[in-house]
Design a protein around this ligand. Structure first.
Ligand SMILES: NC(=O)c1ccc[n+]([C@@H]2O[C@H](COP(=O)([O-])OP(=O)(O)OC[C@H]3O[C@@H](n4cnc5c(N)ncnc54)[C@H](O)[C@@H]3O)[C@@H](O)[C@H]2O)c1
Ligand SMILES: [Zn+2]
Ligand SMILES: [Zn+2]
Length: 383
């Protein structure tokens, strides 16, 4: 079958790989009909996630049709259409019982930090990803959600990751009615966090990015947001204070992660001294929050050490919250938001490529070419 294959830092291509097989009674094999490229895949591609092995298939956002069913699978049958959370979760461990499917104890048993995920290096269990014609989905009675008959895969594809991630980010901000929220990053995750902040009662949402077309997308996707282009702004933190009576924002959300730009020293020190990635966005979030405010981090940090000024956070009395999203528990409610038209998730898709052209798709998304916001890949059988 065709699948993406990592070839070392900065290189990915599509090649023929062996078909996945049922390995455990609760597995299914899914025929993928839609899969997307995530900002998290760029961290993998850039070699920032430890133990990303050559030959592995990326892809943790996918939907498709059940093709084979393991003997213990009770809730799915061949032919069912499903969308699959990026977290792989057993459903029964200490964490899964508490809804923390991103922390599952059984899907990535050797890890001290987190649960399993599709296509995200051996740090998250070494599972093959869904940027392929077929993919093995373990714990099939736990993760996948059936797609209602009247909905297309593209309507619900982003329930696999970025929509719940943006929504959970806003929720962790504990936004009180009328509060001011700053969202750093206008990529797909930022766009959904901004939308969710409004739905959760924010009075103002200020969004920060460096790409004019993404700031414009943010204004269309969530009418009423105020924008800051950090390339056109001498001091982002001062600009946010000016917009918030000198105090700072009630809630700041980092939807950028370890490849943030905009602070030369952070980037240089991160790269040269600590191999840490850049902490610019989380630092801006800490500096732009008012005293006693909430700071949320959902941008991904792979490397362990960062130059984050934790003393400022402590002295300002900030509440810091962060997580890999626990996707499953947000799926039902967000499906209703999509159905009711409150969130038009698929409208953020800017590009569709055949799976065979995944290398080009990565190039376009990575380099933000052609006003790219989100790429979807379509395997040949689904085209
Ligand atoms: N926690 C989770 O469960 C989870 C899930 C999905 C994605 N993520 C992470 O969320 C982050 C965003 O994902 P995405 O798909 O939107 O990525 P993306 O690369 O498409 O978007 C990132 C955006 O941040 C902007 N940016 C760069 N530096 C910035 C700065 N200093 N301030 C403000 N904006 C800045 C970029 O111009 C870009 O538009 C990534 O780190 C990704 O790994 C986390
Ligand atoms: Zn993702
Ligand atoms: Zn579990």
């Amino acid at each position: 079958m065709l699948a993406t294959s990592y070839r070392g830092k900065g290189r990915i291509r599509v090649e023929q790989k062996p078909e996945p097989r049922i390995e455990h009674p609760n597995d299914i094999i899914l025929r993928v009909t839609r899969t997307a490229i995530c900002g998290s895949d760029l961290h993998l591609l850039h070699g920032l996630v430890p133990d990303t092995r050559v030959g592995c298939t990326f892809g943790h956002e996918f939907a498709g049709v059940v093709d084979e069913v393991g003997p213990s699978v009770a809730s799915l049958a061949r032919g069912d259409r499903v969308v699959v959370p990026f977290n792989i979760a057993c459903g029964t461990c200490f964490y899964c019982q508490r809804g923390l499917t991103g922390c599952c104890d059984n899907s990535n048993p050797c890890s001290t930090i987190g649960g399993g995920a599709f296509g995200y290096s051996h740090t998250t269990g070494g599972y093959e990803g869904g940027q392929a014609e077929r993919v093995r989905v373990p714990f099939a009675d736990i993760g996948p959600m059936k797609i209602p008959d009247d909905m297309h895969e593209e309507d619900v594809l982003f329930l696999s990751d970025i929509l719940p991630t943006g929504y959970q980010a806003a929720e962790m901000g504990a936004i009180k009615p009328g509060e001011t929220v700053v969202v750093f990053g206008c990529g797909p995750v930022g766009l959904f966090a901004q939308k969710a902040a409004m739905l959760q009662g924010a009075g103002r949402v200020i969004v920060v990015d460096q790409l004019g077309y993404r700031l414009e997308t943010a204004m269309t996707f969530t009418p009423g947001v105020e924008t800051i282009d950090f390339r056109q702004t001498k001091d982002v933190v001062a600009a946010i204070r000016r917009l918030t009576d000198g105090r700072g924002a009630d809630v700041c959300i980092d939807c950028v992660g370890c490849e943030a730009q905009g602070n030369f020293m952070h980037t240089l020190l991160g790269k040269l001294m600590l191999e840490a990635g850049s902490a610019t966005a989380i630092q801006w979030a800490i500096d732009s929050a008012r005293r006693g405010g909430n700071v949320v981090l959902v941008g991904v940090y792979g490397p362990p050490f960062n130059l984050v000024n934790i003393g400022t956070a402590m002295n300002k009395g900030l509440t810091l919250r962060m997580a890999q999203c626990n996707v499953k528990r947000y799926m039902p409610a967000l499906l209703e938001h999509i159905r009711a038209g409150r969130i038009d998730a698929k409208s953020i898709i800017s590009h569709r490529f055949p799976l065979e052209e995944a290398e080009l798709a990565y190039h376009v998304f990575d380099n933000k070419l052609d006003d790219c916001v989100k790429c979807v890949l379509i395997p040949p059988e689904a085209a």
